[in-house]
Design a protein around this ligand. Structure first.
Ligand SMILES: [Zn+2]
Length: 291
């Protein structure tokens, strides 16, 4: 069943676990994620990026998620969210399409401009009861940026005083931060090193749920520590893509005569289910659908 993100977060904060936010692009990914939610009896967030909206179409992907959540997992609370919304127009379209939470990511803009643009989206979203995730600090994505993160970390890490000012001026409901986390596939070869003292400082001054992007590949102990320091949403995208494409490649190579997509795609769906189940257990959200 589809519920508002605030209901999921209230319980996660009370019981000190994190919600997985898993990116989908299509029916197959959505099924894999939902089957994992069912198997683990775990609430979770399904995230849709602007690229996935461009790929599948806004209405088709929303209808897939809503209908599947209602029919495949009628007793599991699921929320869906816009990941890395790029501008006001995109955010407002998702608000009208029924999202209970949207991200507006202006973290690449100068600080004041980030505040100005984010605030505009928050004012609009809150009129419809929709929650907004903002981002402050930068999460590197390219090889060059990852190199720069090690050389000049201050250009990327969230500054606690800026996080406070950003929160006060924009009124965001959740906040994505940069604490050494890395977006995309390069973190699989350049392991993420979380800056724990920075997270601790941010957690001291920011009481809304913190969001960790670029969390694929982090170890169980690191995840646990992050949760105890205010991280209540953890985004997983890269590992889902890897699980899907590896299983698909394997199936096609091993079974060259199979032409039925329903048979070819069974294993990639299962691979997504397995990785999502593993993450759910790491995040502590198994068996949390009632409590
Ligand atoms: Zn992200």
């Amino acid at each position: 069943m589809i519920v508002h993100l605030k209901n999921l977060l209230k319980k996660a904060q009370k019981n000190n676990y994190a919600l997985g936010s898993f990116n989908t692009h299509n029916l197959e990914t959505t099924l894999g994620i939902l089957r994992a939610a069912q198997a683990e009896e775990s609430p979770l967030i399904i995230s849709i990026s602007p690229n996935s909206i461009r790929y599948a179409g806004l209405k088709p992907i929303v209808h897939i998620i809503e209908t599947a959540a209602k029919n495949v997992v009628p007793t599991i609370p699921i929320s869906f969210h816009l990941d890395h919304g790029e501008n006001f127009h995109e955010a407002s379209e998702c608000i009208r399409a029924g999202f209970s939470s949207i991200m507006i990511d202006n973290s690449e803009l100068p600080f004041d401009e980030n505040i100005f643009q984010t605030k505009k989206v928050v004012e609009y979203a809150h009129r419809y009861g929709v929650w907004v995730q903002g981002e402050i600090g930068r999460v590197p994505k390219t090889k060059e940026e990852i190199k720069l993160l090690h050389e000049k970390p201050e250009e990327f890490l969230t500054k606690p005083e800026e996080a406070v000012e950003f929160f006060k001026k924009t009124g965001v409901d959740t906040l994505a931060i940069g604490i050494g986390n890395i977006h995309g596939k390069y973190k699989m070869t350049h392991p993420v090193k979380i800056n724990w003292s920075r997270l601790r400082e941010i957690h001291k001054v920011i009481k809304i749920p913190l969001v960790l992007h670029g969390a694929s590949g982090l170890k169980k102990e690191e995840i646990k520590k992050a949760i105890s320091l205010g991280i209540k949403i953890i985004n997983i995208h890269t590992e889902i893509n890897i699980a899907f494409s590896q299983a698909l490649r394997k199936k096609i190579n091993n079974d060259k005569k199979e032409v039925d997509p329903r048979k070819i795609l069974l294993e990639p769906i299962k691979a997504i289910e397995e990785i999502v189940k593993e993450k759910i257990r790491m995040f502590g959200s198994s068996n949390r659908t009632k409590r």
